[in-house]
Design a protein around this ligand. Structure first.
Ligand code: GLN
Length: 574
């Protein structure tokens, strides 16, 4: 009976995982200490695609610089279990983590800014949450209760955040809510967050929202109404923002910021302009200039834990990297691909090229090459590749544009133009070499023509057994054994092993390896203990390399990927 006199909050602390006596339902995460881990929630209003991930990563980077252990987590609204089945044409690239999780491209942004590997714990989808809840229901874990969005689904969400906090001993967790505030798809996340304010205490939480300021061409001025309505929606859900970042093409005017401030109860100094900058890596500086990082530290009451020395060191390291952006030198890289014009589908490739470009002090211009147009005779290889300094054939699936890619490859191989082949681009290089150098006219991959007599790229039964291929893809980080004395070996600092990330189903057919090698193709990287070829190169060529893995997934601005660095160096020389 004594319990009845306790406040809700006290009860909440006491109630174990499941109770049929109380309405509170908050599964306890072992080892979780309230107040130890702080939370920054990042929302988007008005519309999606504002660069929430970039904003959140920049702020997370500033907190990391101060010596805090930062963990990001993305909450996706969709019911898919991961991003593996999503079409990059609609949704941007599928980013692969070292543990093999196929995630949204924002996880790539976090890895690049924070310069660290993330795992499945940093990614949640509604599909995962519902699956977990339904599995618990079948096991009878809800003790005869009707299973509801509140409190059971929201509890599952909170549990994931707390599990991440404990597992990674995080000081600050950056929670990015996918989609736009007001979407039905993320309403359960919003609800869970509202509960978290009560459970964790507002002093442990900071709310940041991105909004969009329309630059009206007709009126010649910035309009804030859509932003006001978006923020109002957030407040209706019981969330008072602490910081508002206004996305806009041009710096947001004082008048507009004042309007937003009045409508949101957020002081002017925390309504900031987040206008377009030359490079996304300049954003941390923009936030630092606006003192947003200092505010977050103060709001979360962690001033005493700031490591000033580390902050200074990290700031200078980043600054030195950005200094290389001021250059007048340019290189043009041709990228072939099915999703031409849709930049997001190749986000990591573009970033990796930029990292390498920044390192070598050049601006990277991209020229998209539609290989189906070459196949159809609408343009020629010479016309498309005549003015590029190097070409990349990125990852891909299916037969569209494949012959055009092979035509481009023949051209760059013969004309000594730097080439980097990524996954499908590696396989294309093998096919082209087999056809035009080894004289295996019908060489192909079983992905496109399974009936051809020369399947140089294939799914192999014995490897299917070893690697569990089959219908599934070979996914995630694996070690690559590098052959000493090769170009790859030089690039990977003469190390015998490299760790790279894979996402493929087919590979070089070992039957053809002796023949390919006899004609001069060198496989400079392979899987340890298996005959799976992973890097190829042509020693006589200026730069001709391909990898069965995706080197772009491990490239970071502070640590560009070696394959890209080598490729860029060759392009600059040209
Ligand atoms: N389609 C090829 C395969 O599955 C290449 C995959 C890719 O480029 N990611 O092996």
């Amino acid at each position: 009976m004594q319990q009845e006199q306790k406040s809700g909050k006290e009860l909440l602390d006491q109630v174990a995982a499941v109770s049929d006596e109380h309405e509170f339902y908050t599964p306890i995460v072992k080892g979780y200490e309230k107040g130890k881990t702080k939370y920054v929630f990042v929302f988007g209003t008005v519309m999606s695609g504002l660069g929430k991930g970039i904003f959140s990563s920049s702020l997370a980077k500033l907190m990391q610089d101060k010596g805090f252990k930062v963990e990001p987590i993305k909450m996706e609204g969709y019911l898919n279990l991961d991003s593996g089945t999503l079409n990059p044409f609609r949704h941007g690239e599928v980013f692969v983590l070292d543990d093999g999780t196929e995630t949204d491209m924002d996880l790539g942004t976090y890895e690049r800014f924070l310069n660290k590997n993330l795992s499945k714990d940093n990614f949640m989808t509604t599909g995962q949450i519902y699956t977990a809840v339904l599995e618990k229901e079948r096991k009878g874990e809800y003790l005869g209760r009707d299973v509801q969005i509140i409190p059971h689904v929201t509890a599952e969400i909170k549990q994931r955040l707390r599990t991440l906090a404990v597992k990674k001993a995080a000081d600050v967790i950056f929670v990015e809510v996918g989609g736009t505030v007001g979407d039905l798809e993320n309403s359960h996340y919003m609800e869970a967050i509202r509960e978290i304010i009560y459970e964790e205490g507002k002093e442990n939480i900071c709310f940041v929202t991105l909004t969009y300021i329309i630059n009206s061409g007709i009126l010649g001025e910035q309009k804030s109404k859509a932003a006001q309505l978006g923020i109002k929606k957030l407040m209706e859900l019981g969330i008072q923002p602490d910081v508002i970042a206004c996305r806009s093409e041009h710096p947001v005017t004082e008048k507009v910021r004042e309007k937003i401030s009045i409508y949101s109860n957020v002081p002017m100094e925390r309504v900031i302009s987040m206008h377009d900058v030359k490079s996304i890596y300049q954003l941390p500086q923009l936030l630092r200039d606006a003192k947003i990082d200092e505010y977050v530290v103060a709001q979360l009451k962690i001033e005493k834990r700031v490591n000033k020395e580390s902050m200074q060191k990290n700031k200078e390291q980043w600054k030195a990297m950005l200094a290389k952006l001021n250059t007048t030198k340019e290189v043009t890289i041709g990228i072939t691909g099915k999703y031409t014009l849709i930049r997001d589908a190749y986000a990591s490739v573009i970033h990796a090229l930029q990292h390498a470009g920044m390192h070598h002090g050049v601006d990277v211009k991209i020229k998209w090459i539609e290989t189906t147009a070459i196949e159809e005779g609408k343009t020629t290889v010479e016309r498309e590749l005549g003015d590029v300094d190097g070409i990349v054939v990125p990852g891909g699936f299916g037969k569209r544009g494949v012959e055009g890619k092979i035509m481009c490859l023949k051209y760059v191989r013969e004309k000594n133009i730097p080439y980097l082949g990524l996954c499908y681009g590696f396989q294309m290089a093998v096919i082209e070499f087999a056809r035009n150098v080894c004289n295996l006219r019908d060489a192909h991959t079983s992905e496109v023509n399974p009936k051809t007599p020369h399947l140089v790229i294939d799914i192999l039964p014995e490897q299917k057994k070893i690697e569990g291929l089959g219908g599934n893809m070979r996914l995630g980080g694996r070690n690559v054994e590098i052959k000493s004395g090769t170009k790859a070996w030089e690039l990977y600092s003469k190390k015998e092993t490299a760790r790279e990330r894979f996402r493929h189903r087919y590979e070089v057919n070992p039957e053809y390896i002796p023949q390919l090698e006899k004609h001069g193709l060198v496989f400079s990287g392979k899987a340890p203990n298996h005959p799976i070829m992973q890097i190829l190169e042509l020693p006589s060529h200026k730069f001709f390399m391909g990898s069965q893995f995706h080197p772009e997934f491990t490239s970071r601005p502070l640590a560009p990927n070696p394959m890209y660095l080598g490729f860029m160096a060759a392009c600059v020389k040209k």
